[in-house]
Write a protein that binds this ligand. Sequence first.
Ligand code: FAD
Length: 432
Amino acid sequence: MEHIVIIGNGISGVTTARHVRKLSDKKITLVSAETDYFFSRTALMYIYMGHMKFEHTQPYENWFWEKNKINLKKGFVKTIDTKSKKLHFAKGDSLQYDKLVIATGSKPNKFGWPGQGLDGVMGMYHKQDLENLEKYAPNNKVCKRAVIVGGGLIGIELAEMLNSRNISVTFLVREDSFWNMVLPKGESQMINKHIKNHHIDLRLGTNLKEIISDENGKVKGIVIAETGEIIDCNVVGLTAGVSPNITFIKDSEIETGRGVKVNRFLETNIKDIYAIGDCAEQHEPIGQRRPIEAVWYTGRMMGETVAQTICGNRIEYKPGHWFNSAKFLDIEYQTYGWVFANPKENHQHFHWKHEDDTKCITVEYNIETRAFVGINTFGIRMRHETFNKWLNEKRNVDYVMNHLSEANFDPEFYSTFEKDILSAFNNQLKTV
Ligand SMILES: Cc1cc2nc3c(=O)[nH]c(=O)nc-3n(C[C@H](O)[C@H](O)[C@H](O)COP(=O)(O)OP(=O)(O)OC[C@H]3O[C@@H](n4cnc5c(N)ncnc54)[C@H](O)[C@@H]3O)c2cc1C
C-alpha cells in the first residue's frame, strides 16, 4: 500500500491527511516535533489569556486519528534522503515514504541580535514559546516589563496577551507607523492611537540594538539602536515576522529559496515530494498574492488541493480572491480583494473613519474604469460571501458603496454609519 508521509501536523498537514483519507485507503503518517495532536495555532493567545485550556484548541478528539487510520509520529526530521525516499530523525530512527508532503510551517525571524538566545527571549509561534512565556511572564511580579520587537499581527497579539496580565509592555516598531507596509496611512495611524490607548509604550521608528544579560544568562534589558536608551525588562518577545521552517531541507536535493519552491500543483523539483502551507514558495506569485502565504486558510486550501493530486486527480492550487482577518486589541480587521498601503497606479482610496477612532473603512478602486479592487474594514464586520460575489461579478465601486449594507454582518449597527459613509464617498467624487 502506498505510504503518504506528511511532515508537520499544523492546519496544512492535517488537512492533507484528512482529505487523503477521505479519498483513499493509503497508509498515512503525520509527523511532528511540536505536539502529539493537532491544535489551532491561532488560538494560542487565548490560552495565556485564560479563555481556553490547551485541550480546547484541539479541533479533533484524540481518538480521531486512530479511528481514521492516520498514524502519528512524534519526532524531528533531520534529513530527507530523496534517493532512497527516507526520512532520518534526530533520534536516529528513519521512515520510508512513497510520497512526501512538506508542511513544516514557519519560525520566528531572528536577525542575529546580540543576546537573542538569552533566557526570557522568545518568539510567539510554537507551543514551546507559550510555555516559555508562562514561565518567564506568569504575572507582573516576575515580569515587570516586557519588550516586544516587531510590529505585525503576532506582535500586537503578544502585547494584548501581556496586557491581559497587567504586565507593562514596550513595543518597538521599526516603521514610523504600525504595519504601514500593509495598511493605508489612515488605518495605520488609527491603530497607533488604539495601541497607546491601551497604555502600551509604542515606540515607532525604533530598532533593537541588543539584548542585555544578567549574571545568570537571563535577559535584564534591551538597548535601542537609535538612541542608546536602555530599557529594563524581564522578557523580550521577538515578533519581527516569520520565515519558512526549512533549515533541515537546505542540504537536500529539494529546491529551496526562502521556502520550498513549488509549482502551481504544489510539486517540488523532486518527483513525489510536495510542499504546502507557510513553508511553500511559489516560483511565480499567483496574481497579487505573495509567493509565500503565511495564513491559516491558504494552508487549508493547499492541503485540500495536494490531497487530490496525491490521490490521482492532479489539480492546480487556485486560491481565489484574497481575504484575511485579524484583531488589533479590541478592533477587528477584515480585508477582501486588494487594498494596498498606497493605491496602485490609476487607483484611488476612499477612506472613512468614525470620530471615535475605532471604526474605519478603506476602499481601493480604479479611477478610470471605476472597478472595485478591494476593501479594508476596521470595527465593522462584513460578509465574506458578499464580497467574493461582488469581486466575481466585477462590480464597480459605485455599486459596492451603494450596497454596502447588504455586505454587513450587523445591518442595524451599520445603518448608524451608512449615511455618513455614503455622503463622504459622494463628497470625494465631487472633489476628484
Ligand atoms: C500567534 C499566531 C497567531 C496567528 N493568527 C492568525 C490569524 O488570525 N489568521 C491567520 O490566517 N493566520 C494566523 N496565524 C498564522 C497561521 O497560524 C499559520 O499560517 C498556520 O498555522 C500555518 O500552518 P502550517 O500547517 O503551514 O504550519 P504550522 O502550523 O507551523 O505547522 C508546522 C508543524 O511542523 C512541525 N515541524 C517543522 N519542522 C519539522 C521537522 N523538521 N520535523 C518534524 N516536525 C517539524 C512544526 O513543529 C509544526 O508543528 C497566526 C500565527 C501565530 C503564530
